[in-house]
Design a protein around this ligand. Sequence first.
Ligand code: HOZ
Length: 421
Amino acid sequence: MGRSEELFERAKRVMPGGVNSPVRAFNAVGGAPRFIQRAKGARITDVDGVTYIDYVGSWGPMILGHCDPVVQQAVQRAMADGLSFGAATQREVEMAELICSVVGPIEMVRMVNSGTEAVMSALRLARGFTGREKLIKFAGCYHGHSDSMLVKAGSGALTNGNPDSAGVTRGAAQDTLLAQYNDLDSVEQLLESNRGQVAAVIVEPVGANMGVVPPAPGFLPGLRRLCDAHGALLIFDEVITGFRLALGGAMEYFGVEADLVTYGKIIGAGMPVGAYGGRREIMAHVSPSGSVYQAGTLSGNPVAMAAGIANLTQLRDHPEIYTAINQMAEALAQGLRQALPGCTVNQVGSLVCPFFTPGPVTDFATARQSDTGRYAAYFKHMLSQGIYLAPAQFEAMFVSAAHTMADIQQTIEAASRLPQS
Ligand code: HOZ
């Protein structure tokens, strides 16, 4: 038994399922999760000393690769000053100024501690601002684990076969209306039949928690139009796409402005951070300037801010990073299409996902047609070849600036050795 197996046995005795977040348990692919010891660049090493090319990248934030030296130094300097004050700091101001300066539509931002918290707070703000109670979300989109969003959720909720979590009350879920991704008619019907009652439409601008599902041409502009026509706010959940598709995230990449945007881990370079932001007239409703309450001792934590500022500053100052990661992802997607005949490989920017179905994969229903048993076999094969992928079908592969074309080639060659079933 390896050390990962030993640790997993110990973990299962004291942690539900042996993990602190469900997908990590490898339930969807079988076997014991690899317990990670350290990471550097595009590589992670497990406790048994095995090193892998990493395409999880802490689910996105490692866009510069693991242990980026500038981020590490910024964190060390901040740590020397203290870990948490529960008081205002200069770094918070710098972080907010940075986000507002690089993401055009954002005029004000509030830092929180996770994407879940960002979404939960943005939804409360949307309700407070509009005076309406209902929300529209899309089947297969994942917006963290707050009660009202655990309705037909993607990611771990979907992997577990339970997209509607136990423990969510009817009261919490009844105001969440469900639309179909890439289907504007389904949104319009809900807005019509709930006229004047919908506070917000929330969407992942690229579906990235049901695998990777690109928005069809016209889908995001159509949402903008429908929201405007019905007085509902449009919320882009950019936990995955923010600062990744482009510096200005999906809003810049697709040229569509949301009213509110939520961010997660990428703005903390992997530290526990989230944020929500938007136009001043909306954000001014957040306490203490407004009546929508939201607070947190760890919000704007100085060490996390230092990491985030170092991360985002480098992304701002080196736009060539986006060209590089997008090109590598495109090459990866093309290579996987050849290596995995019969599969559908979706790619948007530096996000890639092979589905084990002829496709096309355009929404929750078509994503679910993927043969998850075949994904599990593919995952195990790739792991044995030194490639670490998301341990579940309904996630993305993240390409970082630390990957090289040689890594991409190695990954494609590993995939081409997958025994055909
Ligand atoms: N639900 C996350 C991926 N979309 C996984 C989080 C984790 O296990 O770290």
